[in-house]
Write a protein that binds this ligand. Sequence first.
Ligand code: G3I
Length: 305
Amino acid sequence: ASTLGASAAAKGRYFGTAVAAGHLGESAYASTLDTEFTAVTPENEMKWDAVEATRNSFNFASADQIVAHAQGKNMKVRGHTLVWYSQLPGWVGGLSAADLRTAMNNHITQVMTHYKGKIYAWDVVNEAFQDGGSGARRSSPFQDKLGNGYIEEAFRTARSVDPNAKLCYNDYNTDGQNAKSNAVYAMVKDFKQRGVPIDCVGFQSHFNSASPVPSDYRANLQRFADLGVDVQITELDIEGSGSAQATSYTDVVNACLAVTRCTGITVWGITDKYSWRSSGTPLLFDGNYGKKAAYTAVLTALGGS
Ligand code: G3I
């Protein structure tokens, strides 16, 4: 096949990208999206501050634009994200524990109900663990007021709302085996043992020279898959350029293809010009939508040409 999406499909996987609603009107952006990708993740539009800036007043306009576009092109949608410490409106942090629990479950229920039947996988909880060697949970209104049990509660609520959506835990710096990924692993293992509903783990995979593709990436994906969950590469981008960047992209694709339960790869944007790494060139298309060496490397690794 001659596109990323079709080549990944031939391997039984999707190939997705983060999308910003504000760029869909740019013809080169939309045509590259429609030609190359089979899945989308709204980059910001489904986050708490975007959909519920005011308590119990929901605005889905921007996210709906992306979902409608994706549905029109038969693309999967990854929902990102329901419970996260960041991009959280100020009112959430001011609630009492009891009120926060109600607000969290209401947020999950309202958002998932709005998109019921349209979402392939939800990042139910995002980035709940600290970096570094402690393996501890990250401080957030949820963690600090509700304790460790908020994650389980979020997944149980999510399952009750849309039983057909895959429910994922998503994080970064968990791509190799380290204290942080060990802590996530222990949580997922515990959830599976106790029947807490979880279907998938997302590995964001934001790589740069300080944090390159780990040598045990495949082994780490495999150990999670062996717990009985799907694994997905959810926010891939790799700083750099030329053949070094291309080689790293090849390593990532090969790792996913080597793990049967790695169901797809999402890159965190289409073109370098709109990357969240404003000064970098971490994506597959340059600022003029030209295909980079990294693009060719990914296409080739997926078996396309
Ligand atoms: O929409 C406002 C706009 O009204 C305002 O004028 C402008 C001025 O700063 O800000 C705009 O909001 C920005 C938003 O992106 C939309 O462009 C925020 O400032 C900016 O902080 C926000 O950045 C996003 C970041 O998450 C926030 O944490 C990035 O686009 C997005 O790529 C990034 O994505 C995260 C994933 O969700 C989770 N994993 C890490 C990943 C990279 O940081």
